[in-house]
Structure formats: structure tokens, C-alpha cells
Design a protein around this ligand. Structure first.
Ligand code: PAF
Length: 282
């Protein structure tokens, strides 16, 4: 596996593959790789000639009061996992290469970026869209792979790719869960064993809501109340930021259950913010 740190070199390598008609699959990550990331890599390897993984902890998607410095860094074990997974190229730039002096552009996907997590993390999705656009321009992928756990992120990136004619297919892969249902996340390492046990309330709330819908409940307020009641009943949940039923395309909150329903939750357990979601189609 080659490790490239300079954007211009990565671009030249990608251009070489494209000239030879080799398709590139890109898996953008911030490192601290887990089975969720590995499932994206597996899919990319099935669908492309070359798989490029990026590891870049993007400073512009963290608020000043967020956990940028604390974000887990596990470079050596990440590299080993990528080698074992058969990745062709690891692109691992630093912030100076990605945002050199004078950098002053940003992408805003209006509307979608203000809902759900956007209401609690102002500027976050602009940071994500801008860095993902840069990664697309650098790695020139035919396809890029993202996890459904960050559902809003995937919708914003799809919108950006369509609006800006990026010409890269956005592939969204299923959430990978622990055996007890907790969604895999790099942030799970912040959880003590008590907090981790408390975090299971998220999956319980999603399942309870999905069961209600499947048993014929049509009022989204009833489903929302069920989720919120369960979440606040867990003493270690310090904040419920949102827990409701949304239209998966617009991310608007639904008042009536529809054919396609996105159940989405963001809570804090202590200082750790956790998100999860489930699509319920009827
Ligand atoms: O989902 C993530 O890990 C990040 O938001 C991404 C897409 C790599 C952009 O920094």
C-alpha cells in the first residue's frame, strides 16, 4: 500500500489510473478505523479497480468547543488495518497541505445543512462539504463510500455532488452495529462501561419507534414521544438534541408517518455526543 501525503502527488496518481481507465473508489475517513469503515472499503474493492482511503481529521468541521484535539488518533493500527484490507493507496495529508495560507473557499449546501445536527453544530456541514469536495478533486473517484450512520452527511454530499456536477457516484452503506445494537463509531471509545451500557437506549428507542410504525401508528408525534420518553428515562443521558421522524430526502420533520420514514436521534451521554438512525419503509 502506498502512502501519499501531498495532494498534488495524489492527483497525479489518480490521473494516471484514469488514463488507464481504472476506476477509483474513495473512502474518506478521519481515521480511528472500525468495522464500519472496513465495510466501506470492502464494498469499494468489489466495485472498483483501485481503492483509495483518506485519513484526515478535518479541523474545519469541528466547532471551537468541540473535541478536535481529543479526536482519537490511531495511525499505526489504522495503517495495518488498511494493509490487511488490501487498500491500494492511503492519502494522509496534513492540515497545512489541505488548507495552505490564503485558503478562503467554502461550500455551503443551504437548507439541508441547518436541520438535525446542523442546528447544534453550526458550520459543521460546510466544513464537511468543503473537505469532501477537495478530496473528490484530489482523488478523482468514480465512486465514494459513506456510512448511513451519518445520514444527514450523506444527503448533503449527494446534493453537493449533483449540484456541482462532480461526476462521482455516492454510495451509502448500511450502519454496522455491535452485537448489542450500538452503532460503531470512532467516538465510542470515549464511553465508560456504564455510559456504553446507557448508550444502548438509542437502539432501543429506534426499534420501539420502528415497531410502532410497523404496527400501524400513523401519527409521527406518537412515535416521537415514544423515542423521547425512552431516551429521557435513561439517567446517564445528559441531553436529547433531537429524536423524531423525518422525511429522508428533505430532512423535514414529519407529522404523519409516510412511505419512507427516517428515525433519527442525537443525544449526549456526559460530554459524548452520539447519533444513530433507522430508515423505516412501509
Ligand atoms: O464522516 C467522516 O468521517 C467525515 O465527516 C468525512 C466524510 C471523512 C469528512 O471529513
Amino acid at each position: 500500500m502506498e502512502i501519499i501525503r501531498i495532494p498534488r502527488i495524489m492527483q497525479q496518481i489518480s490521473e494516471g489510473h484514469r488514463l488507464k481507465c481504472r476506476s477509483i473508489g474513495l473512502v474518506p475517513t478521519m481515521g480511528a478505523l472500525h468495522e464500519g469503515h472496513l465495510s466501506l472499503i470492502k464494498r469499494s474493492k468489489c466495485e472498483n479497480d483501485i481503492t483509495v482511503v483518506s485519513i484526515f481529521i478535518n479541523p474545519t468541521q469541528f466547532d471551537p468547543n468541540e473535541d478536535l484535539d481529543k479526536y482519537p488518533k490511531e495511525v499505526d493500527s489504522d495503517i495495518q488495518k488498511l494493509k490487511d484490507a488490501g487498500v491500494d493507496t492511503l492519502f494522509m495529508p496534513d492540515a497545512v497541505q489541505m488548507y495552505p495560507d490564503g485558503f478562503s473557499s467554502s461550500i455551503k449546501v443551504s437548507g439541508l445543512d441547518e436541520k438535525l445536527c446542523g442546528a447544534f453544530r453550526p458550520g459543521h456541514f460546510s466544513g464537511v462539504s468543503t473537505v469532501v469536495c477537495k478530496l473528490f478533486n484530489i482523488a478523482r473517484p468514480a465512486r465514494a463510500y459513506f456510512g448511513q450512520k451519518d445520514f444527514q452527511q450523506t444527503q448533503i454530499i449527494r446534493r453537493m455532488a449533483a449540484d456541482l456536477n462532480i461526476g462521482c457516484e455516492i454510495v451509502v452503506c448500511p450502519i454496522v452495529r455491535e452485537s448489542d445494537g450500538l452503532a460503531k463509531s470512532s467516538r465510542n471509545i470515549y464511553l465508560s462501561s456504564e455510559s456504553r451500557a446507557a448508550a444502548l437506549v438509542i437502539y432501543r428507542a429506534l426499534n420501539a419507534a420502528a415497531d410502532l410504525i410497523r404496527s400501524g401508528e400513523s401519527n409521527a408525534a406518537v412515535v416521537k414521544k415514544k423515542m423521547n420518553d425512552l431516551l429521557v428515562s435513561e439517567p446517564l443521558v445528559s441531553e436529547v438534541q433531537y429524536a423524531a421522524v423525518y422525511d429522508p430526502s428533505t430532512l423535514d420533520e414529519l407529522s404523519q408517518i409516510s412511505k419512507e420514514n427516517l428515525l433519527a436521534i442525537a443525544i449526549k451521554i456526559g460530554e459524548t455526543r452520539l447519533i444513530d438512525n433507522m430508515l423505516v419503509l412501509i
